[in-house]
Design a protein around this ligand. Sequence first.
Ligand SMILES: Nc1ncnc2c1ncn2[C@@H]1O[C@H](COP(=O)(O)OP(=O)(O)O)[C@@H](O)[C@H]1O
Ligand SMILES: [Mg+2]
Length: 686
Amino acid sequence: MLLKRLVLRNIRTYENWEVALPRGSILFEGGIGSGKSTLLLAIEFALFGLGNEKGTTLLSIGKNRGEVELDIEASGRDVRLHRSLVRSRKGGVNQGALVPAGVKQDECWLEYDGRRFTYSPKEMKEAVLKLLGYNEPQDPKAKSLIFRYAVYTPQEEMKEILARTPEERLQTIRKALRLEEYKVAQENAQAVAKDLNSRAGRLQEEAKKLPSVKEEVRKLEERLLVLSDSISRADEEKMDLEIAIRGHRAMREDLRKKLEGLAAEAKKEQELSRALADAERRIAGLTSAIRLNREKAAALRRKIEEENSRLRRPSVPLSEADAALRRARSAMAQETELQGNLAQIYRSLAALVERRVCPTCDQPVDGEEFRLRLRTAKQELDSSAAKRSALEKEVTKLEEEARASMVYERAVASLADQEDRVYDTEQQVLTDGEELGGLEAQRPQLEAGIATATEAAKGYERANEEFRSNEAEIATLEHKVDQVKEAKVSAQVEKASIEAQIADRKARMAELESCRERGDRLREYVAWLGEYFVPALARMELIILTSTNREFDEEFGRWFSFLVEDSTKGVRVDEDFTPSVTQDSYEQEVANLSGGERTALALAYRLALNKTVQRRAGVDAGLLILDEPTDGFSKDQIGKIGDLLKELDLAQAIIVSHERELEGAVDHIFRVLKEDGKSRVQPIDA
Ligand SMILES: Nc1ncnc2c1ncn2[C@@H]1O[C@H](COP(=O)(O)OP(=O)(O)O)[C@@H](O)[C@H]1O
Ligand SMILES: [Mg+2]
């Protein structure tokens, strides 16, 4: 990597400054606090971001936004890196002093091949590590370890590593050489082995269930055989039952036909019984009618005889009596008329006599004569009255006779009438007797018919009984078929469930087998990790540490003797990388060295570390950045820096120092100046 240009805006004491960085060795020289270290911090910030550093250490106090732009050449490519800082939270006041607000990283981008790629700070760090070929963990909370140990040594870290305890130092070296990764790998491998072991344990524990599942399968398979057997038995039974049912159904058909025939015959019984009952009723009716008619006829006959015996023939037949009566009545009528006339005459004569004057001529009448004539009239009238009374008696007598004749005649007619009725009655008795005879002759026939029909009805009952028992038998058989079917279905259901269970258990067995296999395999992995992998890592770590230690020791000695021209003094590191000095083969305490010698020792140590880390990381940086490497150096020693830089043979070396004497040791000099608190960098042509 080569650094080509650096721009700072609102970074610490820089408001807005740009520095073009040439190839070769460069010296930034200036007074204390002029802003030299700031340049290096800005470079590191541009490359890797803040890491675990606070943004407030870089952003100028009182500014809200600052940025750094760095042009580099890496992997044959010109790249511009840009990072910025913004003040986010508001500041405050602490015990009267202003406390700056929090600062965080803002917009970042990379520009190359004419394209700009904008990133988050984390992504930007990843991209830069890739660009530089730094293969290290991409922890955004840390800066680059490789850069820190292979390229750039901050001012305060120059001697720091020597001041540490051996453990801390070894820790740092291991970190720089990334040997920690072997430790981490071992720990991880052990953790994995532990985890695998417990997993294997669980799997093997689980696999112990295998025999019991196998036993379950065996029992289920036995049950399956029993069920298959009962299913096929159910089929046979069903077939037998169905044959029996078919037989019974045929029988039922026969019985049905037979019943139909018998039913028709049995039905006649009712008709015949009704006919017989009718006939019997008729017979009873006729018998009683005959009896009553006979009695009636006998009674009538007795009455006729009685009446006949009482009957007297009259003296005159009715016709004669009637004629005589008519004559007498006529005579009586004439007599009555005559009597009336005579009475008239008499009453006229009586009046003449009385008055003695003729009413017609008004002549006095001879009384005597008229008295005589009155007497004669009286006599005639009396005789007529007597005659009429005789006639009256005659009529009464004749009427009597006529009535008697009529009564006789009527009685005779009534007798004849009764005779007729007797005849009719007797005639009816005869007719009824004939009908009765006919009916009685029919009766045995009807009775025989009824007997036959009754027999048929009995036969019907028997056949029906048979029919019913046949039906009951069919129902029983069908019920049995249903039972057999049910039994079969439940056996099939159980069979299916058992088959499912077997499948399930077999799957479980396969699972358990695989558990066992996996458990065994995991145990192998555990053994491999524990017995081979972890020890191998430990050996590799040791080998690397040992070989690095040897390399380091050589480099350390080389740079130290470069800086300290004292053939009696030598340096070396022990296996903990603890440096020690030998003087004439005697151990010399580091504390006993001069200040310059101590700085030289520190620089040599740092240079050795740079080299070994570069080699381990596989990066040939071609770039070295040192901040105040010559603190306490004598003029002679400072003069050696030029040779040292030549010996290092770097594409670019950046040295920050307040020592003007270093000017002769470098290719390019930049003066860092600060006026009114503002820094600027000024190139001075050597
Ligand atoms: N956030 C800051 N804003 C402004 N100045 C700062 C800030 N942090 C440090 N400084 C000052 O910047 C100056 C330059 O520091 P530095 O570059 O380390 O000096 P040197 O040239 O000695 O290496 C110092 O005076 C320091 O106090
Ligand atoms: Mg400084």
